[in-house]
Design a protein around this ligand. Sequence first.
Ligand code: 0O2
Length: 267
Amino acid sequence: MEIQLWRQILDPYALAVDELVLKFNHIIREHRAKHMYPPIEQVNGRVKTISSILEKAQKKKIELDEIENEIDDIAGIRIICQFVEDIDRVVQIIHDREDMEVIEEKNYIADRKESGYSSYHMIISYVVQTIDGPKKINAEIQIRTLAMNFWATIEHSLQYKYKENMPPLLREKLWSASEAIVLLDSEMSSVRSEIMDAQNSFQRKANITADILNNIQNLYNLANKREVVKIQDEFLKIYRLDDLSKLENFNKQLDVISEGYRAQSLK
Ligand code: 0O2
């Protein structure tokens, strides 16, 4: 197939990957803006390379004109979560969306692969808008924990190195490493609420601090400089106390002061 034709085929998939990554990142932002713990730690995506598509087509005996119908992971999204419990939440979020239709699911977490691979896979149908009109395409979403991703990344490079000839001892080691991953994820789950509390208060402190600094910066344009310096010193004192509720109160007071100056400046 000519390279130009490949480009025409793959372009809508590249658009889908860009849009899906943007949408999942937006879910993270929405959670943070509402001071909620985001079930997604990070998301990335890729369009399968032409050589990898050809390799898969050859392996599965797929004709070139059937590639789009038969290969579901030309567009691939990988969602990484901190905890196993987060995976269920992400799966539910995807089911609830109107722009993604779930057409297949494989739960390799409940049912680990023989290799030791564990991950949750969803095939979705997704519509992209092109200059020739809407195009429905399939995309594969892999959802896994940080620990599962670590294992899969290492194993994938070894698969690439050994192809079908992975030494049995290495296979065994990978299996026992996958057992350790299951144990690690379950240990992490048992301290999940503690970790989440710590992360939430860290995020809240960062958000409030950003609000305060923004307010102080705006006050420089509205208020007497000496008064702003006083406010800034007061902020530093409260910040050093490392007390979230005091910082929140200070932020509320600062909102009132800023509002007063803004109202005055409009007179
Ligand atoms: P790549 O290079 O990652 O794109 P499929 O081949 O997708 O039609 P299958 O096996 O039913 O058929 O799909 P499955 O099991 O959902 O696997 C699809 C993808 O999951 C693979 O894509 C891998 O990315 C990943 N995967 C599946 N099994 C393993 C495994 O044992 N180890 C690792 N590291 N990853 C795995 P590709 O196209 O095979 O590869």
